[in-house]
Design a protein around this ligand. Structure first.
Ligand SMILES: [Zn+2]
Length: 215
């Protein structure tokens, strides 16, 4: 939305203003105000440091920003399909239901979360099953079974705690997997804000353990 308003604004600005009728001036004013509102909304829902981090981890850029029907902020390379956005909501719904069973109160709203959808660096796992994953630096996984030679394949990865953000890979099918990855990455963030000790014990899978952490 922002580029459309922005372009309208730029085009009008480059025209000769003195030739404008009053009506055209009014239109210019309206477009300018619309642009400002959009820009303000854009900056409120985003965070340059977070986007830089996502770009650095994935090697992708994320020109598209949208929200799911329930309010999760989503950054993507191309406009995500509606069923992908619904699958993201589904993953969070399950996560929040589990969180409620544990009496957790923090970060249990859809609009607490930002999801980046990055390019998949592989589409199948080593068993040949559909498994869109992203390659991320091995770091603490170096030398473990996960290590592919300096990187690991991850279904998702936490990017930031404030705002709560993680990245998943683009899927064109198996939306149940999308929901699961969202629910699983979300577990780390929910635990960070509601049970820090359990978060610390479960955050690093190079020391064993996986998902689900919470039942
Ligand atoms: Zn995990």
């Amino acid at each position: 939305m922002k580029p459309v308003h922005g372009m309208g604004f730029v085009v009008l600005r480059t025209m000769k203003l003195r030739r404008f009728t009053n009506a055209a001036k009014a239109l210019l004013l309206i477009l300018t105000v619309t642009f400002s509102v959009e820009a303000a909304h854009y900056h409120r829902s985003t965070n340059p440091a977070l986007i830089a981090r996502a770009e650095q981890v994935t090697g992708d850029s994320f020109p598209v920003v949208t929200t799911t029907p329930r309010g999760v902020t989503v950054f993507a390379r191309t406009t995500p399909r509606a069923d992908i956005l619904s699958a993201i909501d589904g993953g969070f719904s399950e996560l929040f239901a589990v969180a409620a069973r544990h009496g957790y109160r923090n970060r249990i709203r859809f609009d607490d979360y930002t999801v980046f959808i990055g390019r998949a660096d592989r589409s199948k796992n080593s068993q040949g099953q559909y498994s869109p994953d992203i390659a991320v630096p091995a770091q603490q996984y170096a030398g473990t079974d996960y290590d592919q030679g300096g990187f690991i394949y991850a279904a998702g990865m936490v990017l930031a705690f404030n705002p709560c953000a993680f990245v998943i890979a683009e899927h064109d099918r198996d939306l149940g997997r999308v929901a699961n990855v969202v629910r699983f990455e979300g577990e780390h963030l929910i635990l960070y804000y509601n049970d820090r000790a359990l978060y610390e014990r479960t955050a690093d899978h190079s020391r064993g353990g996986g998902h689900p952490i919470l039942q």
